[in-house]
Write a protein that binds this ligand. Structure first.
Ligand code: G3I
Length: 371
């Protein structure tokens, strides 16, 4: 009897000691980054305008984590929440990477944008195929798979993800084509778009639901996106916002094109967010896969000419964003700094963001915050 009392006393003191150690480690962790988070950053300059977000990978730690906490108050998972990475097999989800980003956001009081529930890229191999015949599944089967995916993912992050890119990039770039001829479209026609929004709204009625696309300042593409959104809104489909991805460059868009897009989509009663902002130092339209201009073979250098053009573009872009603060509810950068950008590769290094490869603010940063 006496021994069992001693044993339970020892166990109790061990539990108390363990919890004290655990909470002090956690507080050190938050202290380590909190100190940096107290320095004024982008999110503070824009506190009275819109949230400032950034796309991140799961391995967010050290100086990059500190930079994120100083400058941003919203996160997007660059890849971890896409269908392929999070739902690799029909009966298996992989939550670790997405969970780690959501947990970081929760721990530090950051908002979380979900990206993206329905897209033609990074889809898992099983999605469109019947496993037995290896032929395309029927429309009914594909819509059921889409509903199961959206319901499962949105439910998991309910209350933690405030906004979802429900559908991404379904409008074709070429002027003669309306919808991109993806397997989604080939199997379901246009129906998958509205259904995706209905499934997401059913799973989380409080989430803000976005249609997300690039080259939204191209007048021809913009009109097609507008037509699709208006048709859904007229049919009472729960669409709440439009994401202008903002993969721009030193020579696009013009101020006029940008203002026209914001005004046009806001006229539908939709929130506008810039969801994937970067300003490539090379010319041409950076619309996801559309990279124009010559690939630079020589060692990439961020020249003074590039810097000047880039700071002028960022200055203009944020002048427009501030002008439309009533229509714009968020601006998210795609990647943290020039240390890594999705635009790197294709034979050249890019320098599209506000922080250089040593994580220091570039001249463009000061054009964005000095207003
Ligand atoms: O995770 C695998 C890894 O296991 C494998 O070894 C490696 C080599 O094949 O590939 C890794 O996956 C890559 C993934 O990024 C994670 O790094 C994919 O191949 C690669 O295609 C993928 O690229 C992403 C791209 O979307 C996919 O189209 C970019 O990081 C991401 O920045 C980019 O982001 C998109 C937005 O989601 C939508 N808007 C356009 C934007 C730019 O394309």
């Amino acid at each position: 009897m006496r021994n069992s009392i001693i044993a339970s006393a020892c166990l109790l003191s061990f539990i108390v000691l363990f919890n004290q150690c655990k909470s002090s480690l956690e507080s050190q962790g938050s202290t380590q980054t909190t100190g940096t988070a107290n320095k004024k950053g982008l999110k503070d300059y824009y506190r009275n305008y819109f949230s400032i977000g950034v796309a991140v990978t799961p391995r967010l730690r050290g100086e990059e984590a500190a930079l994120v906490l100083q400058h941003f108050n919203s996160l997007t998972a660059e890849n971890a929440m896409k269908m392929g990475p999070i739902h690799p097999q029909e009966n298996r989800y992989f939550w670790n990477d997405a969970d780690s980003i959501v947990d970081f956001a929760q721990r530090h009081g950051l908002k979380m944008r979900g990206h993206t529930l329905t897209w033609h890229t990074q889809t898992p191999g099983w999605l469109f195929k019947d496993s037995a015949s290896n032929t395309n599944v029927s429309k009914e089967v594909l819509l059921k798979r889409l509903k199961d995916h959206i319901t499962t993912v949105v439910n998991r992050y309910k209350g933690k993800v405030y906004a979802w890119d429900v559908v991404n990039e379904v409008i074709a770039d070429d002027s003669a084509t309306y919808f991109r001829k993806s397997p989604w479209y080939q199997i379901t026609g246009e129906d998958f778009v509205a259904k995706a929004f209905e499934y997401a709204h059913e799973a989380d009625p409080k989430a803000i639901l976005f249609y997300n696309d690039y080259n939204t300042e191209n007048p021809v593409k913009r009109e097609k996106i507008y037509r699709m959104l208006k048709k859904m809104l007229d049919a009472k489909v729960p669409v709440h916002g439009v994401g202008l991805q903002g993969h721009w460059s030193v020579n696009n868009p013009t101020r006029e094109e940008l203002e026209n897009s914001i005004k046009m989509f806001a006229s539908l009663g939709l929130q506008v967010q810039i969801t994937e902002l970067d300003v490539s130092v090379y010319g041409g339209r950076q619309g996801g896969q559309i990279i124009q201009g010559q690939a630079q073979r020589e060692a990439a250098v961020f020249t003074p000419e590039m810097e000047q053009k880039q700071l002028e573009k960022y200055k203009m872009i944020f002048e427009v964003f501030r002008k439309y603060k009533k229509e714009i509810t968020g601006v998210t950068f795609w990647n943290i700094s020039d240390r890594y950008s999705w635009l790197d590769g294709r034979g050249r290094k890019n320098f599209p963001l506000l922080f250089d490869q040593t994580l220091k603010p570039k001249k463009a940063y000061w054009e964005v915050v000095n207003f």
